[in-house]
Design a binder for this molecule. Structure first.
Ligand code: GDP
Ligand code: IMO
Ligand code: MG
Length: 423
């Protein structure tokens, strides 16, 4: 048995979905612990190709119980669409449940997310996915939010909405948007109750029994540490904690119970949205990484900003998250480069540092690189460490040394079986 967390180790889009899909083939439970349908987790398997937003990436194994945990925020409208799309591919989704404590994303959260973003100047633009994430977590922190459990009890729901809606309508009016009545919200929630009521459960006894019963449990993170509300590039962050610590608060598990924490890390760097990104390339190498890596947002389709591997950020990530192992993805994208660079330090003014400074300093940080010779051969068919080109092994060993965690998985293509497992 094993209780493991899968955590984004960079700026998001590291390939968490494909790692969870692979591990879920032998897993009893997968729990999403934070975030909402701002996620875009690409999974390619026998059912087809999917970009999962709120469904846990274990959904394709009918024997895996999939939980959308207490720390997440749920939009039942988009969940319904997503369920329909995987069901159309022949997937049985009876294994999906939502914790009673999860907060609900309402239509006005999405409207306000878009309006707030539009008001920000270019410098302060977060580039949100406009899925209502910031507004819904703000309401949660303000203790006016609506939780999944609330829609099961219409009387309680009406009382909560009567408290919440005047404030929300004031915000909508401020942005020149249409206001919404309590009755309209009651109708929407009634339709959600009908469609999702049976899936709203208390995850605590289920997770407790699974852990005490020796089952395999996976916690699936959304996004990555550099967009963590506390440890990322605030204010260009999301509004929850993708870091390993978020697993404990979001899924309701003690840190003592987690066996392995896998940091999912891309063999180079990408970021989508605003904020500093010291290793960003504006040259032909950046374009080549984007083209070969297919670096376009799974949720918004936006081109991702690309750069070489940032070992300063990865070492910071490894420390804060306490990775026991790394799952390195997209090694095959580097097959095509004569020279591969790794950022080992940042230069800020005259100072050279090996740690991640506060956001404003990241804006002026200049990456210091070391260079490695590329292996220039196709790794996509390789399934064993010893079959990797010598130069690729040297590169990967150097990344382990710089980040401080050993590699357990190396993926060499997007398909489920394109993975090297290191014993
Ligand atoms: P996530 O949000 O962390 O799950 O990552 P995304 O799905 O947003 O982005 C990862 C992208 O890389 C997806 O398009 C995957 O299909 C693709 N991918 C994942 N692993 C590999 C790999 O090893 N090689 C290649 N070429 N593509 C990969
Ligand atoms: P996965 O799970 C990459 C970015 C947005 C924006 C910031 C805040 O697929 O890795 P939000 O909508 O959360 O308020 O946006 O975070 N962002 C992501 N970037 N991958 C994601 O998810 C992201 N989810 C949000 O671009 O800068
Ligand atoms: Mg993604």
């Amino acid at each position: 048995m094993s209780v493991d967390a899968i955590v984004g180790a960079q700026w998001g889009d590291e390939g968490k979905g494909r790692v969870v899909d692979y591990l879920a083939t032998n897993c009893d439970m997968v729990i999403r612990y934070q975030g909402g349908d701002n996620a875009g987790h690409t999974v390619i398997n026998d059912y087809g190709k999917f970009a999962l937003h709120i469904l846990p990436s274990g959904i394709f194994n009918p024997k895996t119980l999939c939980l959308v945990g207490a720390g997440t925020v749920v939009n039942f409208n988009t969940m319904e669409e997503e369920l329909q799309s995987v069901e159309a591919a022949g997937v049985n989704t009876d294994n999906l449940f939502v914790d009673k404590r999860a907060h609900l994303i309402m239509p006005f959260h999405c409207m306000l997310d878009g309006a707030e973003e539009a008001k920000r100047s270019k410098k302060w633009s977060v580039g949100t996915t406009k899925r209502g994430i910031g507004p819904v977590y703000s309401d949660k922190a303000s203790r006016i939010g609506i939780r999944a459990v609330d829609i099961l009890d219409p009387e309680r729901l009406r009382a909560r909405l009567e408290m919440m809606m005047p404030k929300k309508n004031r915000d909508l009016e401020y942005y020149g948007l249409d206001t919404i009545t309590v009755d309209e919200m009651m109708d929407l929630c009634a339709s959600w109750r009908e469609k999702f009521g049976k899936r709203i459960i208390d995850s605590v006894p289920i997770l407790r029994d699974a852990v005490l019963g020796g089952k395999n449990v996976l916690f699936e993170g959304q996004l990555g540490i550099m967009r963590d509300l506390d440890w990322g590039i605030y204010p260009y962050t999301t509004s929850s904690n993708p870091t390993a610590g978020g697993t404990c608060s979001g899924a309701g598990i003690s840190p003592k119970r987690i066996d392995n924490i896998y940091g999912v890390v891309k063999a180079y760097s990408t970021s989508v949205g605003g904020g500093p990104f010291p290793v960003e390339l504006f040259d032909a190498d950046g374009e080549k990484l984007r083209d070969i890596g297919g670096e376009y947002g799974a949720t918004t389709g936006r081109p991702r900003r690309c750069g070489w591997f940032d070992a300063v950020a990865a070492a910071y990530s490894c420390w804060i998250n306490g990775f026991t192992h790394l799952a390195m993805t997209k090694l095959d994208v580097l097959d095509h480069f004569d020279t591969i660079k790794v950022c080992t330090h940042y230069k800020i003014g005259d100072e050279i540092i090996d740690y991640v400074p506060e956001t404003a300093l990241q804006d002026i940080a200049v990456p210091v690189y070391e260079e490695w010779e590329g292996w220039k051969s196709d790794t996509t068919g390789i399934r064993k460490w010893e079959d990797l080109p010598q130069k690729a092994q040297v590169y990967l060993k150097r990344l382990e040394e710089l980040t401080g965690a050993p590699m357990k998985f190396i993926s060499v293509g997007p398909e489920r079986d394109q993975i090297i497992v290191i014993d």
